[in-house]
Design a protein around this ligand. Structure first.
Ligand SMILES: [Mn+2]
Length: 442
């Protein structure tokens, strides 16, 4: 698996510390281990914010960054080498290798965290940590109390608490060239996986079997895991937005919606395509599909530096509303329908989300209450959809249970945008040709 260079992590730590005053101490903790069932753990996946600053994949790890008078300093607390533990549970980086491997100045064993943290916090002006992390808050409370109890020995404790997340989130929102390369690679793998799913889909397969085709391709092209739980939703299951049961048989005449993306070195890709299980769209399915596709294209056409998120949403909503009026799902004037957001019955989510180390990536969507302008280096999904409630008796039977979403991953560039997942067929004719085994000029 390709990985970002270690220097990238060091630069991030420097960039973060440059934004903080002298005397600031940053405390960042790794993701906790979660039990799956009995004594079996869930696959360990590092916390994105922690990995962003450390490049360290192991649990039981804490990173402390200090802006002292002697300059910036990084300290990592990690697991010591332990032959017996490593025989049973796997390799550890260890204290000797950690500084060189991670370009961090000093390493201490995890067990010494409470004690050493008191030393690192002594005389500091402020502590910077993620306010959402209760474990870190508890750790700091303990350390600060201990420090206060030592005041007669001349110890001084920081009196300011600063939230780390807005600082790191703002950095993560703008992707570096190396990050963009990594995300583009993840997108290429996911494109290939969706193509494999289209090519191998057959009537009578189970949804989880089609999911396996996607995951097989991820692995064969170098991605060891998914970026999020794959959605493989046949027929009306596609109307459940976060359907992940993936355990129903795919039926002749139904569509199947696949929302799946691989993860590469902690970077996500996130693609949705909807295609006919038997390889041919029905007339009703095609009509709805073309509306969603037109909305997708209208949203894409808005993307350029300075455009705002709501531009994309408004463009997509307008196309979808007109389409729903044209087929008689909505009545009345376009403008009135848009003002009343009547489309929300059929298109109930937003146009997209930031994409990065988390699939729904960090970064705020509004600045001072206004939708924030796009800047080159941001990556967003564009994913309009139409979902027709299978139980909606106001709608003719032929339409009920149709659920369609089309999602691509978009990098904002100086000149507009780059669709990182553009090589995956999206037009009806191209999807049908791919499913029929015909050559596609890609
Ligand atoms: Mn998405």
């Amino acid at each position: 698996m390709t990985k970002l260079a270690t220097i990238e992590y060091k630069k991030r730590r420097q960039t973060l510390l440059q934004q903080l005053p002298q005397g600031a101490v940053v405390v960042v903790q790794c993701a906790p281990v979660h039990i799956r069932n009995g004594d079996v753990e869930h696959d360990y996946r590092q916390d994105s914010g922690f990995y962003y600053l450390s490049g360290m994949v192991e649990p039981q790890t804490t990173l402390v960054l200090t802006n002292s008078v002697d300059g910036p300093m990084s300290t990592i607390f990690c697991r010591s080498k332990d032959k017996l533990q490593e025989i049973w549970h796997g390799r550890r980086l260890g204290l000797d290798k950690a500084p060189d491997e991670l370009l961090i100045e000093q390493a201490y064993p995890s067990e010494s965290l409470t004690e050493k943290l008191i030393e690192l916090l002594d005389g500091a002006s402020q502590v910077v940590y993620g306010f959402g992390r209760e474990d870190t808050a508890a750790l700091l409370q303990q350390s600060l109390s201990a420090l206060r109890s030592l005041k007669r020995q001349g110890k001084a404790w920081p009196t300011q608490l600063v939230d780390l997340d807005p600082l790191v989130d703002a950095m993560r929102l703008l992707k570096s060239a190396a990050e963009i390369d990594q995300m583009a690679l993840a997108c290429n793998i996911s494109v290939a996986a969706h193509k494999r799913a289209m090519s191998s889909c057959k009537v009578g397969m189970n949804e989880y079997q089609l999911a396996a085709e996607v995951h097989h391709q991820f692995a064969m092209q170098g991605s060891p895991r998914v970026a999020y739980g794959s959605i493989v939703a046949g027929g009306e299951n596609a109307c459940i937005l976060h359907y992940t049961n993936n355990d129903q048989v795919l039926q002749d005449g139904d569509l199947v919606l696949i929302d799946a993306g691989c993860e590469l070195d902690h970077y996500a890709s996130d693609i949705t395509r909807t295609f006919p299980v038997n390889g041919r769209f029905s007339e009703s399915q095609k009509i709805i599909y073309e509306i969603v596709l037109a909305a997708h294209q209208a949203a894409l056409a808005c993307i350029k530096p300075g455009a705002v998120f709501t531009d994309m949403q408004d463009a997509a909503a307008k196309v979808i509303t007109q389409g729903l009026i044209d087929i008689g799902f909505l009545t009345g004037e376009l403008d009135t329908n848009i003002t009343d957001q009547t489309y929300r019955k059929f298109y109930m989510h937003n146009i997209g989300h930031w994409l990065g180390m988390d699939v729904h990536d960090v970064g705020i969507y509004k600045l001072d209450g206004e939708s924030r302008p796009l800047i080159p280096g941001m990556v967003t999904t564009v994913e309009p959809g139409i979902y027709i409630d299978p139980d909606d008796t106001d709608i003719a039977l032929q339409w009920r249970g149709i659920g369609i979403r089309i999602e691509d991953d978009i990098l904002v560039t100086e000149s507009g945008y780059l669709n990182l997942t553009a090589h995956l067929p999206v037009a009806v004719a191209d999807i049908e040709a791919l499913m029929a085994g015909e050559w596609l000029p890609i």
